[in-house]
Write a protein that binds this ligand. Structure first.
Ligand SMILES: C[S@@+](CC[C@H](N)C(=O)[O-])C[C@H]1O[C@@H](n2cnc3c(N)ncnc32)[C@H](O)[C@@H]1O
Length: 211
């Protein structure tokens, strides 16, 4: 993995954005995205954007390589972000419809970071978008729904679109159930069993490449 880092202003935008990813994992994601985009010239894709925190890093890596970051999210929040659950933020509810809507915050995040022109936001459900997607990708970053149904759907829908030199990145991989939900870990194990090899481990972030 390269030691490419985002510019200080981009890192500051990441740190101030609403979201959950710690800085060390963000830097590992950026390094992977920078390397994959430079090696292939192809777009970077994330599933699960929330308010744009990780998208800032993908957008900056895409900009450096002259490509784009594709973001896939229905912007209605995951299970754990719904009212009454641990990660719910009432400020992210659209009062007009009474549902979560992280899209306005996502757009503001990328606008303020000066990276809006390097992102194509795909608003919808990951399996539906994957089913109509035809292009190859430099990097697939899985950080969408954390149930088995969603995490498996993200892997099955998007991993086949990775270019030969592309990287698969999975967030919230917790081998110990005491640390968190197991669905991303099960997807990670499946990827290893299906021919991916581990490139780096940073916190709960795993970077993999097809052997
Ligand atoms: C953990 S958050 C993403 C955090 C983001 N990567 C960051 O670092 O700030 C998960 C996101 O996945 C989205 N999501 C969950 N299931 C989805 C699905 N099936 N299709 C599209 N988006 C989904 C939710 O709306 C939520 O915004």
């Amino acid at each position: 993995m390269t030691d490419a880092r985002p510019a200080p202003g981009v890192l500051a935008a990441f740190e101030s954005a609403t979201g959950f990813m710690p800085v060390d994992e963000g830097l590992a994601l950026y390094a992977a995205a920078h390397q994959a985009a430079a090696a292939t010239g192809l777009p970077l894709l994330e599933i699960g954007s929330y308010c744009g925190r990780s998208a800032i890093l993908l957008a900056d890596a895409a900009r450096a390589a002259g490509t784009v970051a594709l973001t896939v999210d229905h912007h209605r929040g995951s299970e754990e972000q719904q009212p009454g659950w641990e990660y719910h933020d009432p400020e992210l509810v659209d009062p007009a419809v009474g549902l979560m809507d992280t899209l306005p915050t996502f757009r503001r995040t990328l606008f303020r970071a000066g990276l809006e022109d390097h992102v194509v936001a795909l608003v919808g459900r990951s399996p539906q978008i994957a089913a109509v997607w035809g292009g190859q990708l430099a990097l697939v970053f899985i950080d969408g729904g954390h149930t088995d149904e969603h995490a498996t759907g993200d892997y099955e829908g998007w991993a086949p679109h990775l270019a030969a030199q592309g990287l698969l990145v999975i967030h919230d991989v917790f081998p110990d159930p005491a640390d968190g939900g197991q669905a991303p870990y099960r997807v990670y194990l499946r990827a290893l069993a299906e021919g991916f090899g581990e490139v780096s481990v940073t916190g709960s972030l795993r970077v993999l490449r097809r052997r």
